[in-house]
Design a protein around this ligand. Structure first.
Ligand SMILES: C[S@@+](CC[C@H](N)C(=O)[O-])C[C@H]1O[C@@H](n2cnc3c(N)ncnc32)[C@H](O)[C@@H]1O
Length: 312
């Protein structure tokens, strides 16, 4: 996820989502899902329910939406939003507080007509300093999407061995100055808040020459890395992509929106391999990106890449 883009996301803007959250590539995702009335669709990342709402309102009473999210707060808000689809047109809606990595345990094989995953953090999570995702706000070192999750940013920042910390920052942040940052963090322990952490990172990099093109905040990559590690994001994504062909029916669609190159590479490889193995027809030769107009309206969409495939 491009945390830098999230920092710029419109707070208080109302799109198809709520409380400052605007769903990214909404129309494109719905188009690629090619929603069939009466079908069964999975929203692996319900968030505030923006995409879920658009899916559910096209399903009709015979349809079924199954939604996953790790975040109980998000699910409560999504439930409220989805309750607006009322009356005779309301499909069956099942919301699960679970990781999408658990997909095979909750969804029978060959039962879904479509699966959407809109990866990363929601603006609800990012915009609340108490969740500890933002480097521009004073908050606890938390960063858990699942408030009951076992790993926290505090453990990573204050307890991890320096070498392991450098590896996390390098691997999940693609940060080449990882050793220098890890050393500065270890020296500054205990670090208690997100703002303190951002300050330690900025100070560690201040003396270094930056490329002229470097426009992002110096803490962006390190925060991204810690967040990915805390939430096991890449492992979960790999598990989801492995399970997807089993839960999709023939002709079912897979649509994934990613927000940084690590995620996109995993999605791209999974679709390409699925294509070669005759499992998928890949529908996006190149990833679909947000239009200028969407980026203006919602800077969070700037780094979004959508890839889609149809199960053969
Ligand atoms: C970008 S938001 C989704 C926004 C949503 N599409 C909307 O329109 O409101 C991503 C959501 O996915 C959730 N999430 C991230 N990884 C997850 C996982 N492994 N399992 C379940 N939910 C996850 C986050 O908690 C967050 O609420």
């Amino acid at each position: 996820m491009a945390d830098e883009d999230l920092e710029k996301a419109p707070q208080g803007a109302h799109g198809s989502g709520e409380v400052g959250h605007v769903s990214v590539l909404l129309k494109e995702a719905i188009d690629f899902l090619a929603i069939r009335r009466g079908g069964t669709y999975i929203d692996a990342t319900v968030g505030l329910g923006g995409h879920s709402y658009e899916i559910a309102s096209r399903l009709g009473p015979q349809g079924h939406l199954i939604g996953f999210d790790k975040d109980t707060n998000a699910l409560k808000l999504a439930e409220l939003k989805l309750s607006r689809i009322g009356g005779d047109d309301r499909p069956k809606i099942t919301l699960l507080h679970s990781s999408y990595a658990e997909l095979p345990q909750s969804v029978p094989p060959a039962s879904a007509d479509g699966l959407l995953a809109d990866l990363g953090v929601s603006s609800l999570q990012f915009g609340d300093p108490a969740r500890g995702f933002s480097f521009q706000a004073e908050g606890p070192l938390d960063m858990r999407m699942n408030p009951q999750g076992d790993r926290t940013a505090d453990q990573v920042v204050n307890r991890m061995r320096e070498e392991d910390l450098a590896n996390v920052i390098y691997e999940f942040g693609e940060e080449r100055r990882s050793r220098r940052i890890a050393r500065a963090i270890v020296r500054a322990r205990p670090i208690r808040t997100t703002a303190h952490l951002a300050q330690v990172i900025s100070a560690a990099l201040r003396s270094m020459k930056h490329g002229a093109h470097e426009k992002i905040h110096p803490a962006t990559r390190t925060f991204q890395a810690i967040r990915i590690y805390v939430n096991r994001e890449l492992d979960d994504l790999k598990a989801l992509l492995e399970a997807a062909p089993d839960v999709l029916r023939s002709g079912g669609r897979l649509v994934v929106i990613s927000f940084h190159s690590l995620e996109d590479r995993i999605v791209k490889d999974a679709l390409r391999d699925g294509g070669k193995a005759g499992i998928y027809n890949v529908l996006t030769k190149k990833p679909v990106e947000a239009s200028e107009e969407e980026i203006d309206r919602n800077p969070r969409s700037r780094s979004a890449k959508l890839r889609a495939a149809e199960k053969v």
